[in-house]
Write a protein that binds this ligand. Structure first.
Ligand SMILES: Nc1nc2c(ncn2[C@@H]2O[C@H](COP(=O)(O)OP(=O)(O)OP(=O)(O)O)[C@@H](O)[C@H]2O)c(=O)[nH]1
Ligand SMILES: [Mg+2]
Length: 337
């Protein structure tokens, strides 16, 4: 299981203090008590939203505070309530107590909300204590403190995009370049034995999850190489990045490679075979790889017009690829709505 886990601290707002005050008006010599109540402190609220897929934002901000309530004032004015602090997380997020690991909330539906820490109630003003026996109470209460909690937030990751291709095509190198995943990279085939998931940041606020799938080869569907058992991880992804090796060293024919992999996908699952793909010529930094790319470009574009080139080692073209993947995921998402 691949999980994203973050520790955060939340502090709800304190309630505002109640006010002790008496009416002072011309011609009303002994005005009664008129101190208002304090406002309520803001809550800390978790909200599950559809357009997030990771807890990346929570890694950047680890302390969340809601506003305090304002104190009450004379003329029976209640203090303003503090604003809630809303923490947006992906659907599927579980919020736990950090110490006990008890689940406090399981956010399984879009726009589901959960108040994890309550703001303090405002203190009562002295007007509240007025009675037949005490017409001029001086008592006013302080606001209650807001709740403070240390939380353990976790999310089971599901990949949005899977990187597929022959062994050694550079899938692990690519995911290590664009995400926080640090898989093993080696110049021999089948260096990746299980899928690696990584969080990819796009600009400041957006992100997606990519999976690096162990290499596929001809007859993978019959169990050759590592077989297709990891392809089940790709069934829930929305997009495939199909990586082709363009280094001259491997002396591979990218079109034959492409067709071999496509054939294996098809034999494994028609649904997977029909998923949208971005075709990527990798190792474009290699001497003569650019010439090779120029040679194949037209034929590859005829197969799939969404064709890009990059080097997972130097980073050339990887930023463009990340944006292209994101754009693609967004358009798929919009198409589903
Ligand atoms: N020059 C160059 N070498 C690369 C590039 N990407 C990967 N490599 C090299 O290619 C070899 C294989 O890279 P990996 O990332 O392990 O390949 P993989 O596709 O994950 O391989 P498997 O896990 O075995 O399927 C390593 O020696 C990498 O350094 C690239 O863009 N340019
Ligand atoms: Mg690998």
């Amino acid at each position: 299981m691949f999980v994203d886990q973050v520790k955060i601290t939340v502090q709800a707002g304190n309630g505002g203090d109640g006010c002790a005050s008496f009416r002072r008006e011309k011609f009303i010599p002994k005005g009664g008590p008129d101190g208002g109540n304090g406002g309520k402190g803001g809550d800390i609220v978790f909200r599950a939203v559809p357009n997030l897929s990771t807890l990346l934002d929570l890694r950047y901000q680890q302390l969340y505070r809601a506003d305090h309530g304002r104190p009450g004032s004379g003329q029976l004015k209640t203090g303003k309530s503090g604003e809630d602090c809303v923490i947006t997380v992906p659907v599927g997020t579980v919020v736990r107590d950090y110490e006990t690991r008890d689940a406090l909330a399981d956010l399984t539906e879009e726009f589901q909300e959960f108040v994890v820490a309550r703001g303090g109630r405002g203190g009562l003003g002295n007007e509240h204590y007025k009675s037949s026996t005490n017409r001029a109470p001086r008592r006013a209460d302080p606001g209650e403190p807001g709740q403070h909690k240390v939380l353990f937030v976790e999310l089971k990751l599901l990949a949005d995009v899977a990187i597929i291709g022959f062994p050694n095509a550079g899938k692990s190198t690519l995911i290590s370049k664009i995400s926080n995943a640090r898989p093993k990279i080696a110049d021999y085939p089948f260096s990746t034995l299980v899928p690696n998931l990584g969080l990819v940041k796009v600009g400041d606020y957006q992100s997606f999850v990519a999976a690096d799938i162990p290499g596929l080869i001809e007859d993978a569907h019959t169990g050759k190489g590592l077989g297709t058992r990891f392809l089940k991880h790709t069934e829930r992804t929305r997009l495939l990045v199909h990586l082709l090796d363009f280094s001259m060293m491997s002396d591979r024919d990218p079109i034959a490679d492409y067709e071999t992999i496509q054939n294996e996908l098809k034999l494994f699952s028609e649904d997977l075979y029909n998923k949208p793909q971005i075709l990527v010529a990798n190792k474009i930094d290699h001497p003569e790889a650019k010439a090779k790319f120029a040679e194949y470009k037209e034929r590859l574009e005829a197969i799939n017009p969404t064709l890009m080139a990059c080097s997972s080692v130097t980073g050339e073209g990887t930023k463009e690829l990340v944006y292209k993947i994101y754009e693609f995921l967004e358009s798929i998402r919009e198409g589903q709505e």
